[in-house]
Design a protein around this ligand. Sequence first.
Ligand code: AMP
Ligand code: MG
Length: 520
Amino acid sequence: MKLNSNDTFTTALPADPIVENTRRQVENACFSYVAPKKTAAPKLVHVSKEMATAIGITEEDSATSHFLKVMTGNEILPNTKPYAMCYGGHQFGNWAGQLGDGRAINLTEVVHNDKRWAIQLKGAGETPYSRTADGLAVLRSSIREYLCSEAMYHLGVPTTRALSLALTGDRVLRDVMYDGNSAYEKGAIVARVAPSFIRFGNFEILASRGDVNTLKQLADYTITHFFPEIKTTGTAKYVDLFKAVSTQSLTMVMHWQRVGFVHGVMNTDNMSILGLTIDYGPYGWLEEYDPGWTPNTTDRQHKRYRYGAQSQVVLWNLYQLANALYPLIEDAEPLEAVLKTYQDSYGNAYIEIMTSKIGLFSKDKNDPELIANLEQLLHRSAIDMTIFFRTLAVLPQGDMEATIALLKEASYQPEKIVGVPLQDWKDWFIKYDTRLAIEQLSVAERVEKMNAINPKYVLRNYMAQLAIDAADQGDFSIVEELYTLLKNPYDEQPTAQKWFAKRPDWANDKVGCSMLSCSS
Ligand code: AMP
Ligand code: MG
């Protein structure tokens, strides 16, 4: 395996001068050098061929013991020096101080086909940022990150990627439900890949310490390498950086709303500066349509990171980034203008996404009401989001009976679709049909467009859990099956019809299938 290693983060930015791997506050630096922990009996579980190819790794390369050793921390690539990044963050609305890569170790950056990629091992052992934790990751959370990041990529959602999934052979102690029942689980490492893993929190930690010098270096570095289109100088370039981050973050969260993805832990340390979905933890996919839903048990009470609040949370997080960049600009007005633009645009962006999901590609002044009514009905009738939107394209227009039958099939509580709710649905479909009539597209064109927007297959939590349960017994066939299925989430896959189904009853209250803790 010959990777075209080309490190910029560590060459352009200040390093922590201490090289011992002790837990500490790291000041005046963007990262600390740290080697991954050697693993007992590494075993490769899966490789993403698409990702491997993108960074210049062939199929033969990925089958070598060298690849396995590198991706599990047992060998270090020649001429590279692994490191952990320093960042802080606001967690659930509160400043949490220094966090950092507590269990992620960056191996190196590579350039392939003119694209820059950083390779990072998640679960590769302690770093100076591990605080009280062990720096490790377990198989179940690693399978979830591995499958979901690749699935999101194929759904067209901006995301970090996954290159490989491996067992470490080490045992990791976890208290899954935080109820005093700790048990050993299988350790695993995901090698993940992104142009950069810089987060809002990398800027916040420097600003919080008044380290304007390093903050400026980090902002300049980010612009040079990841926002080359920014040509302004002086303070204007930092405003332009903020503008670009704001736009990309809006794009990301609109994709989440489109596919029904709920991140679960939208803390500012989990917000990529590149607008990528990052850190797959207790995430989930909306099944019964409920804007108030979050999969994260830690957030059960306040539901801060619920589906329906995600775009406002992005705004809140952008405020924190604005505060962090302020010392480089010293003028609040242009930052406020960017935040105002976000605030003014997300409502319209949302209507545009939702109307496109129901096959409306022109604009009408009544569309916001049509969407709001639909959302209320979906919620009231506990209808499965993915099934509803995918099926809508092929509903027999004008055949109300068939339409209602399909609605009932997609509902988790079909017995509730009677009386007033049933009449409300009928009224909605009459309005919808009238609205569809003013669209210019032919039915076939509309169906094609809708099918490219509304996925047929997403990684429902119970699906990931089935893969996890089998994997725990040494059977990785469901990991492979779901990985392959989710490479083409918009295609009809007749042999995979069983995955286009509502969540089965057995999964309603099972850990990992409806709610998840942050334990990983
Ligand atoms: P998360 O909630 O997973 O985004 O993590 C928040 C912070 O805790 C980050 O700084 C992580 O690196 C750190 N962290 C999470 N799990 C572990 C672990 N097992 N060992 C060390 N640090 C961890
Ligand atoms: Mg995180």
